[in-house]
Write a protein that binds this ligand. Structure first.
Ligand SMILES: Nc1ncnc2c1ncn2[C@@H]1O[C@H](COP(=O)(O)OP(=O)(O)OP(=O)(O)O)[C@@H](O)[C@H]1O
Ligand SMILES: [Mg+2]
Length: 109
């Protein structure tokens, strides 16, 4: 709806990413309002991790834009993303790292 854009804390517009000939993400749009909880569902290889890795700066999108509080959002990696309160818990957990050690990244202050 027009005029509602300011309520979104985070937004992706038209994000695409290919790996060689594989189009992992094709024109992804995501709008997140403050306080919302979203679940991103999809089959294996659907592109869920790729989108998250772009958001935390591990991958660079081929095209598209992201905004945080309405301003352009672009980070060089997870250490910068955490300044925005954005972090990722990778599905491939290192069994040597305990939850206690990883939890500060789960709940940034
Ligand atoms: N670093 C990479 N190099 C090449 N191809 C990749 C890379 N990362 C992801 N892909 C490919 O991009 C597509 C999306 O993968 P992605 O890991 O984002 O899916 P996913 O939804 O997280 O899957 P899963 O449910 O298995 O975790 C797949 O075809 C995958 O093989
Ligand atoms: Mg994944």
């Amino acid at each position: 709806m027009e005029g509602m854009q300011d309520s979104y804390i985070f937004e992706c517009k038209g994000v695409s990413k290919s790996f060689g000939g594989i189009r992992a993400l094709d024109n992804v749009h995501l709008k997140v309002e403050k306080g919302e909880v979203h679940a991103l569902l999809g089959e294996n290889g659907a592109g869920k991790s790729t989108l998250m890795k772009i958001i935390i700066g591990l991958y660079h999108a081929d095209s598209g834009t992201m905004t945080f509080e309405g301003k352009p959002y672009s980070v060089k990696g997870p250490a910068e993303a955490i300044n925005y309160g954005i972090s990722m818990i990778h599905q491939e957990l290192n069994p040597g790292i305990s939850f206690r050690k990883t939890s500060p990244f789960v709940f940034p202050s």
